[in-house]
Ligand binder design. Structure first.
Ligand code: NAD
Length: 493
């Protein structure tokens, strides 16, 4: 299948290169996609530039741009089975989880559709009645978008929806392992009438194609979701061209449990925080920080329940969580666990590749590393797998200090039945999202993004729309007059 979408046409890579996509649950072939080259990326960028400069989409009324996005939301829900199956096959995640993702994705398109015309600009009091001063919010221009493999279409939606709402053109590069739902969404945008060249897609890898997006002079904004190491490469490539940069990077997210928390809810949510989607969630609650007095009982129960989690592929109805994305990624997780144990952590459960019958897939059992110290690499690094590390605290100040002792700052939770504790701790945690007595929910109306090395900028919410706009001050003197600043001089020639 030709999967490059450039200037309104589906096409193969210039050298006809392709990549086969495999399902990580069993290694079966999912499909074959075009493998773009740097030259293809360049063509896609120039198509987006031409479309932007033509003003075809910028000059479309914002409310009409919003209507298109609302239709996209409806179409995703109408074709939910097809979209969810494609996502489940690419990622190996359970179909039911992929279906949930599609609901969220439709919600994102609907939200940005509704607020597309909400931020046109404002009048400013210039202090002079003859001056009309206004600040207009204009699209940034050509946006490069690079997305990861864990929530392929969700991460794409968080970028495409606000960019399209505000009149930009874009080129998107999905993760090379999970391209199929991004292909589907470009088809939908095209079918619903997005003008040609406004949305472009290049399926290809990071080094050859992603690097062109982050360094090309015709890209005005690069929006990236992925790992910290890649984020740094992209930020420095973008710095050369002084591009706008939006980065959604990793996390090392604390889940702080006080002794007065609802025990059953806290244990249940700790499992969910760490093992949902096999821990392949940037905001996964991978650092359990539990009050010393309940630690033993809490971790015993956590381990008991973790050992019961059933692994399986997308269509196995008994499965409770799926595989990792690839064997390479699993090897990294296994190495991360090995180093954690070597540094003194106690392996309480997991640490293996799951049942023998799943040997064709990239499974890794839910793992709990107990008795961790702050200097353990498993506590410091993002493992990005189904691994929870356990640390303890005795006082509120200590809990906060441990939870903030990380380079990352994406998300975190506090569990307590005391409202004062909840508010004091949530105010002092240096993370972009804080849950109190919950874990994982997010809503498109609220900003998402990281403190510290978890990123730059915000997605979702009104700020997520504004990321794709730039303010322009227009100062109109309705009564032009001579200033007298440089007095006119008489010349006798
Ligand atoms: P990754 O950084 O390896 O890859 C992400 C994307 O970057 C892929 O499309 C890849 O092809 C591309 N890429 C790789 N090298 C590149 C380069 N040199 N130039 C340009 N593009 C390049 O990340 P991943 O392994 O796909 O995803 C996992 C990471 O993403 C985790 O760290 C996770 O925490 C993070 N993540 C963050 C969020 C968030 O909202 N903050 C959401 C999802 C995932």
């Amino acid at each position: 299948m030709d999967t490059l979408f450039i200037d309104g046409t589906w096409q193969p890579a210039t050298d006809n290169a392709t990549r086969t996509i495999y399902c990580p649950a069993d290694g079966s072939e999912v499909g074959v996609v075009s493998e773009a080259s740097a030259a293809d990326a360049e063509r896609a960028i120039m198509a987006a530039r031409k479309a932007f400069d033509s003003r075809v989409w910028v000059d479309t009324p914002a409310a009409e741009r919003g209507d298109l996005l609302i239709k996209v939301a409806d179409e995703i829900l109408r074709r939910k089975d097809e979209f969810a199956r494609a996502e489940a096959l690419d990622t190996g995640k359970r179909l039911v989880e992929a279906e949930g993702d599609m609901e969220d994705i439709a919600g994102c398109f609907r939200y940005f559709g509704k607020i597309a015309d909400s931020h046109p600009g404002r009048l400013v009091d210039a202090g002079d009645p003859s001056v009309l001063s206004r600040v207009a919010y204009e699209p940034v221009g050509v946006c490069g978008m690079i997305t990861p493999w864990n929530f392929p279409l969700l991460q794409a939606a968080w970028k495409i929806a606000p960019a399209v709402a505000t009149g930009n053109s874009f080129v998107i590069k999905p993760a090379e392992l999970t391209p199929h739902t991004t292909i589907l969404i470009l088809q939908v945008l095209d079918e619903l009438g997005l003008p040609k060249g406004v949305g472009n897609l290049v399926t290809g890898d990071g080094a050859n194609v992603g690097s062109v997006l982050s360094s090309h002079p015709e890209i005005d904004l690069i929006s990236f979701t992925g790992g910290l190491a890649t984020g740094k490469i992209i930020a420095s490539a973008a710095a050369e061209g002084v591009k706008k940069v939006a980065l959604e990077l990793g996390g090392k997210n604390p889940n702080v449990v006080f002794a007065d928390a609802d025990f059953d809810a806290a244990v249940d949510n700790a499992l969910n925080a760490g093992f949902m989607d096999s821990g392949l969630v940037c905001s996964a609650g991978a650092r359990l920080i539990v009050e010393e007095s309940i630690k033993e009982k809490f971790v015993d129960e956590l381990v008991r329940r973790a050992e019961d989690i059933v692994l399986g592929g997308p269509f196995d109805e008994a499965a409770e969580t799926g595989p990792l994305i690839s064997r390479e990624h699993r090897a990294k997780v296994a190495d991360y666990v090995r180093r954690g144990v070597e540094a003194g952590a106690t392996l309480r459960c997991g640490g293996d590749f799951g049942p023998e019958k799943l040997a064709d897939g990239c499974f890794y059992s839910p793992t709990v590393l107990d008795n961790c110290t702050a200097d353990n690499p498993a506590v410091i690094e993002e493992g990005f797998g189904p691994v929870i590390t356990v640390e303890t605290f005795s006082t509120e100040d200590e809990a906060i200090a441990i939870a903030n002792d990380t380079d990352y700052g994406l998300a975190g939770a506090v569990w307590t039945s005391d409202m004062g504790t909840a508010h004091r701790v949530s105010a002092r945690l240096q993370h972009g999202t804080i849950w109190i007595n919950d874990y994982h929910p997010y809503i498109p109306q609220a900003e998402w993004g990281g403190f510290k090395k978890s990123g730059i900028g915000r997605e979702l919410g009104p700020t997520g729309l504004e990321e794709y706009q730039q303010p322009k001050h227009i100062y109109h003197n309705t009564e032009p007059a001579v200033t007298g600043w440089f007095p006119q001089k008489e010349h006798n020639d």
